[in-house]
Design a protein around this ligand. Structure first.
Ligand code: PHE
Length: 342
């Protein structure tokens, strides 16, 4: 029994020498000296010994117990001191560098364009991304069963148990804000609407279900297509920081009459034809046109007195062109290797 006690003492001392954390120390104390601990277990066997043995071993056991308790106390003090030492604040140490984030490429260009349009007296407006079928289609001269609806398939929201008069859709373009703005501010009106839009698309390098547009609208007396072209050119200069060669083609959108498509000369091949411009030498950049009288009427504006132009810039496409990005899916990928380049 003496041997067992001595061996246990040595075992505990060895373990204590390696301990660095208070929690571990506490566990060890419970394991050996606690009520159900190893040491206590040995002491319990004393009762089976002779009186003489009890005397001798009892004495030894008490001594060892005292030694152990002292040793535990000592180790506890050392650890506590070390912890305090470690936690001391050295204000002269160099600080930890905090990684700063930065703006997404779409936000960067959006901010630049907003500034440009504000400088020309345009308001910057917002609209709901979950839009009513009315503003997204009907108010824009696209009635319920009109084939033009096929141009923009979207995500329809289940109307069950809801009382709204019109179906809700994820807006397919920023154009619904045209009518909202007319209703709210009347004429004359100058605004741009940057924002997220949604289409039910099969995804590939050129198509995403979620992308960004920037809508422009200007309504006043005597607004003509030459005002539209002037503003579009200003916009292009702002984006590409140089004069861009453009051409205008007719284009069909139910909410403009006449409708046009503005193309720019392909900057990659300088108009000679390359894979990026599908060998045409030109890139389709933005659709636009003179606001259709039905749309002005939906916005409570008198089409006999006022006219206006609107355009819908594909912000995501434009940024792809500006930076030569060949896959639209990169924008929403959250891939830092892509994002950190801007
Ligand atoms: N909203 C149209 C689209 O997303 C673009 C557009 C806007 C066309 C304004 C003409 C005028 O396709």
């Amino acid at each position: 029994m003496q041997n067992r006690l001595q061996k246990l003492k040595q075992e505990i001392f060895d373990k204590l020498a390696e301990i660095k954390h208070l929690d571990v120390l506490r566990d060890l104390e419970v394991k050996y000296l606690g009520r159900k601990g190893e040491f206590t277990k040995i002491l319990r066997c004393l009762k089976d010994l002779t009186i003489q043995e009890k005397k001798e071993i009892g004495k030894l056991a008490n001594e060892i117990k005292k030694d152990l308790q002292e040793k535990f106390e000592e180790v506890k003090n050392v650890i506590t001191k070390n912890v305090i030492k470690r936690e001391k604040l050295d204000v002269t140490l160099p600080g930890e560098k905090i990684e700063k984030g930065h703006l997404h490429p779409i936000t960067i260009i959006q901010n630049e364009l907003e500034d440009l349009f504000i400088s020309m007296g345009f308001m910057v407006l917002d609209g709901p991304e979950l839009e009513s079928d009315y503003y997204n289609f009907e108010a824009l001269n696209i009635p319920k069963h009109h084939p033009a609806r096929d141009m923009q398939d979207t995500f329809y929201i289940d109307k069950k148990n809801k009382k709204q008069e019109y179906d809700l859709v994820m807006r397919t373009h920023t154009s619904p804000v045209q009518v909202r703005a007319m209703q709210k501010y009347g004429a004359p009106l100058r605004c741009v609407v940057p924002g997220k839009v949604f289409r039910n698309e099969a995804l590939d390098a050129c198509h995403e279900h979620t992308f960004y547009q920037l809508e422009g609208l200007m309504i006043d007396e005597n607004i003509s297509i030459s005002n539209l072209i002037a503003v579009m050119k200003k916009l292009l200069n702002g984006i590409f920081k140089k004069e861009m060669e453009t051409r205008v083609r007719p284009g069909y959108f139910p909410f403009v009459e006449p409708g046009i498509e503005l193309d720019i000369k392909c900057a990659i091949c300088n108009g000679k034809g390359c894979p990026s411009c599908k060998n045409s030498g030109w890139l389709e950049l933005f659709p636009a046109g003179m606001v259709h009288p039905n749309v002005l009427i939906a916005g409570n504006i008198d089409p006999k007195k006022y006219s206006g132009f609107a355009f819908g810039l594909g912000l995501t496409r434009l940024i792809m062109m500006k930076y030569g990005i060949n896959d639209i899916r990169l924008f929403n990928s959250g891939d830092l290797r892509f994002l950190e380049q801007f």
